[in-house]
Structures are given as structure tokens and as C-alpha cells.
Design a protein around this ligand. Structure first.
Ligand SMILES: Nc1ncnc2c1ncn2[C@@H]1O[C@H](COP(=O)(O)OP(=O)(O)O)[C@@H](O)[C@H]1O
Ligand SMILES: [Mg+2]
Length: 323
């Protein structure tokens, strides 16, 4: 037995000229949420489809909960569940019908299937919508029924593939609450996301994936620290003050500020934020009026830029050139 939920060595999947997953090594502990963070096309879905035994690796190996995904695929299937970006509930059926059908597929008989469906509908706040067709659900309800469908039998490990992409903030928060509740009940969750803030909210550890490769691993704070503590945006009220403001900021913070096309704005990335309060006081002491003074967390784009030297949203032909 192993304590690892997921262990891979050189895991690879190739589609034509695209190395969708290009030799990844993972060692992910049981329990909690592991985030798989990367932009569109990074290889997240391909990686978890291999781990969930839906597609076969072209090279390398993977064990899920101690079982080999190729040689012991059936055993793996019995232990995991996948809620896809393109999940499998039937749009024309109602929520209850979908869950009852899946329960029957898993061997629940008659009344037991209905009871399991109703339990899940209740737990996911879908009891009122139980008899409505899934195609009439809102985006948030749709994600909830997707997740409910993957929990008809409690899996030890749940793969969630971008469960909140495209949701509004309220629906996204509901999905986050569900994920936290699952983890509290002991399920290990492997979550793919394009959003640093989502990984930040949920994941104990994060693997950053880009062009099929793991380019960084750590906690969210470790990843952010690797790109500095964020970006300071300052706008002076009067453009004549910009040079004076810049001199003060450079002196107090020890970093160079860029001027932008906005004649009142100054921007700098900070390694640490300890001097920020002092810098603000110094600007006030110099009677420089400020329209803006804000320190933003590094965005995913900034993390990507720092880790890879390229932006997250580059077109794919660029990826092919680099490969
Ligand atoms: N079935 C497939 N056939 C051909 N190319 C694929 C297939 N699935 C994925 N790809 C390619 O592999 C790369 C990774 O895709 P994917 O794993 O879906 O990334 P992500 O989930 O991170 O957005 C992309 O370049 C994508 O176009
Ligand atoms: Mg995907």
C-alpha cells in the first residue's frame, strides 16, 4: 500500500504533433485538494483522463491509489470518479432521473436507487429542481448535478475538471462549498483550473502545468512568492507630480517603477511588501495627491510570465514552434 493518491513517472500522451502531456512526474498525497493549474490547452484534461483510465498513456506510468492505470484499470475505475468539463448527465432527463439511472448502473436496486438520488438532490440543493430537465438548469445547478452524478458511489478520489469555468461568482462559491464538504468527508480531490484564485481558495498544493509539462509545484503562497508579492499600481492626481512620486517610490521601495502611456501612472512589481506603508506615508508627506495606490496579488498571468517567460494566453501555433 502507498500513501500516495497519485504517482506518475514520465506520463505522456501524444496527439499527432502535439505532446499534450509531455512526461509528467507527480507524487500527490491522499487527502485534501490537489490543484492542477494551467491555461487552456496546457494538458490538464488529457492528464486526468489518463489517470481516470479513459485514455491510455503513450509512455510512462501512473498509479492511482496504488493501482496501475493500465494493468489494473478496472480496480482504478472502482475507486475514482471524474466530473468532466464535458460531463455525462443526460440533458433531456430530469435531475432525479439522471441520478437514479446512474445509481442503477452502480447496482442500486429499485427503492435504493431512488433514495440515493433523493439524498444527493437534497445535499446539493437541487430538491426543488429534481423533476426538471437538466437542460433547463442554470449553469450553477448544472455543475452541481454533474458533481452529484460523480458521487452516487462515494469515490476515494474525485477528479474535477474545471468545475467552475464559466460560472458566475455566486455559483462558483456554491461549487467551492461542495468541494470543501467532500474533502471534509475524506475524499481526495484532484481539481483542474485556469484560475489562480480558485487554486488559492481550495488547493493544499498546486502543480502548474504548461504545454504538457509541470513547470512548478508548491503551495499557493510558495507560487506567489516565486513571482514577488504583487504589483503596485499608483496614479498621481496631477501629472506634474509623477516624477517626484517616482523618485520617492524608488527610494522607499528599492525597485524601479515603470511609467506607462497613462501620464499619471506608475507601476512596479514588488519582491516584498514591507515598505509599502512607508512609501505611502512618504508620498503624503510630500503633498503628492493620489488617485490610486493599490497592491494587487499576482495574477495567474504574472505567475505564468515569471515561471515560463511567456504569457498564458499565447496562441497555440506558438506552442508548436517551441516544441
Ligand atoms: N483528442 C485529441 N486529439 C487531438 N488533440 C488533442 C486531443 N485532446 C487534446 N488535444 C490537444 O492536446 C493539448 C492539451 O489539451 P487538453 O488536455 O484538453 O488541455 P487543457 O485541459 O489543459 O485545456 C491541446 O493542444 C489540445 O488541442
Ligand atoms: Mg481541459
Amino acid at each position: 500500500m502507498t500513501d500516495l493518491a497519485i504517482e506518475t513517472a514520465g506520463l505522456t500522451k501524444v496527439y499527432g504533433d502535439t505532446r499534450a502531456v509531455d512526461g509528467i512526474d507527480l507524487a500527490i498525497a491522499r487527502g485534501g485538494v490537489h490543484g492542477f493549474l494551467g491555461p487552456n490547452g496546457a494538458g490538464k484534461t488529457t492528464a486526468i483522463r489518463m489517470l481516470a483510465t479513459l485514455i491510455r498513456p503513450d509512455a510512462g506510468s501512473a498509479k492511482v491509489l496504488g493501482r496501475d492505470v493500465v494493468r489494473e484499470a478496472d480496480a482504478v475505475r472502482g475507486l475514482v470518479s471524474l466530473t468532466g468539463q464535458f460531463a455525462s448527465v443526460d440533458e433531456d432527463l430530469t435531475g432525479r432521473e439522471n441520478l437514479r439511472l446512474i445509481a442503477k448502473l452502480y447496482g442500486f436496486r429499485g427503492g435504493a436507487a431512488t433514495r440515493r438520488a433523493d439524498e444527493l438532490l437534497e445535499a446539493f440543493g437541487l430538491a426543488d429542481a429534481a423533476d426538471r430537465q437538466v437542460k433547463k438548469y442554470s449553469g450553477g445547478m448544472r455543475r452541481r448535478i454533474d458533481i452529484a452524478a460523480s458521487l452516487v458511489v462515494s469515490p476515494e478520489l474525485l477528479f474535477l475538471d474545471e468545475p467552475t469555468t464559466g460560472l458566475d461568482p455566486r455559483a462558483r462559491n456554491e461549487v467551492w462549498d461542495i468541494i470543501r464538504a467532500l474533502v471534509a468527508h475524506g475524499t481526495t480531490v484532484m481539481l483542474t483550473t485556469q484560475y489562480l484564485d480558485e487554486a488559492d481558495q481550495l488547493a493544499d498544493r498546486i502543480s502548474v502545468i504548461d504545454r504538457g509539462r509541470i513547470i512548478a509545484e508548491g503551495t499557493s503562497s510558495e507560487l506567489k512568492a516565486s513571482v514577488g508579492s504583487g504589483t503596485l499600481h499608483v496614479r498621481v492626481m496631477h501629472r506634474d507630480d509623477r516624477d517626484a512620486a517616482r523618485a520617492i517610490l524608488v527610494r522607499e521601495l528599492g525597485v524601479d517603477f515603470e511609467t506607462t502611456h497613462d501620464p499619471q501612472a506608475l507601476v512596479a512589481g514588488l519582491e516584498d511588501r514591507s515598505g509599502v506603508t512607508r512609501a505611502l506615508t512618504a508620498l503624503e508627506d510630500a503633498d503628492i495627491g493620489l488617485a490610486q495606490f493599490s497592491l494587487g496579488q499576482p495574477t495567474l498571468d504574472e505567475v505564468f510570465l515569471a515561471l515560463t517567460g511567456h504569457a498564458a494566453e499565447e496562441p497555440t501555433q506558438d506552442a508548436e514552434e517551441a516544441a
